[in-house]
Design a protein around this ligand. Sequence first.
Ligand code: ADP
Length: 482
Amino acid sequence: MKNKLPFTSTILFKAVTSHLLLFSAFFVWNLKAFLTHEAILARFSVIYVSSLFLLVWFVSRISIGLNQISDQIDEFTEKKYTVRKQIPGHTEINHLYDKVVNLGDRIEQTQETLESSSTRLNGILTYMTDGVIATDRRGKIILANAAALEYLNVTEKDILSRKIIDILDIAADYTFRDLLESEPELLIDAENATGEFTTLRIKFALFRRESGFISGVVAVLHDVTEQEKNERERRLFVSNVSHELRTPLTSIKSYLEALDEGAVNDPDIAPGFIKVSLKETDRMIRMIRDLVTLSRMDSDTIILEKEVINLVAFLHYQLNRFDQIVGNRDEDEKQFKIVRQIPLPPIWMEIDTDKLGQVIDNLMNNAIKYSPDGRQITVNLEQTNTQVLLRITDEGMGIPKTDLPKIFDRFYRVDKARSREQGGSGLGLSIVRDIVKMHDGFIWAKSDGKTGTTFTLVLPYTTLETETDTIADDWVGATDPH
Ligand code: ADP
């Protein structure tokens, strides 16, 4: 940093040279007098030497002082703020030195304030969950925080100095001028650093200098994927509900109109029309009941009423009901065989029996609904140290692999017509999944898509120290009657 001046440029050199020139001129001018009067020459020489000595001494002090000031400024430039020992004296040089030291103090304080606010700002930007991108007044990116880089799956190097409209991929719809003029709010699709597809809401704001001059734009990126998904699902749900309710209502209306127009007096048609209308009404009631259950679950107004029961007896009790239903079926109705693979020792668990009963009911009803006549339904119960696994396997039509991940979605049906014909609402499995979740368990289905489906329900299990005789419920002691 230090630039050593050549000696010929120093004030000492210039002062000594000027002094010499002045005295030389004076000497030449009075040459005659000096040559004739030796005493005058001697006095002249004494004055010359002593004034030169004084000059050198004085100018050197000034020079040392200036050099010290220059060195001190160099150190300030290198952010070294320790002050050197001051040169003695009370001249303008000392005064100037004091001012330089003062200036250094100010610079140091400003530097500290700037650094601490910049550290604070960096900390805030780094730990913000929203992404922030700032540009210069030409729209070129000058700053991006960690969240913005993560949302857009880019590195700082990739985007610095590049145009913001290119990085956000909005150049087809907006120019940088549009951003400045209307500060729009946009939704864009992006792929984040973990490869997930996200929806980002971007708000733009101008930032200006104190003079009012626009220095650039700040874009704030907020991940609204979840919000958008919920909104989409809500819209889809409303449209599904309207559609699902309209279908049976339209059919009931047309039967009622036919009856109104005279069919009521036709004993061959009227009972059939009334039967269909009742069936459709039942379906609507079932659907509304399911919708109410789901909406209660969504709003968390359902609380589990858990009690300690013997799961083995509980399961036998539920299956005995199905055995009875199957046994009471008419000859022309589909027949089934329910095979139980349930261990003998009791399994004590704390569950909401109403809700879990609903789960078993739904899975068993589906197994019956989607299987042809004469098939077998196997119910298998297993217990490990930490889990209880209930499997319900049928030999029905199966579920295509591509549909498997979606069957627990609301209103999802593999074969819409068939499900409707069976009186299904498409909500059963989504209620099942929600109830199982409320019990901290999980459920999935497996099928080769041709024959048979297995639903596996897993519930967490811990050994309970419970006396059987403290529990008096319908299913205590229920066993396999076969
Ligand atoms: P639904 O009221 O239509 O039965 P669910 O939510 O209970 O509605 O089931 C959703 C869809 O999953 C059904 O429409 C059906 O296509 C399929 N499904 C459910 N259980 C079975 C099963 N055991 N075998 C074949 N398909 C099934």
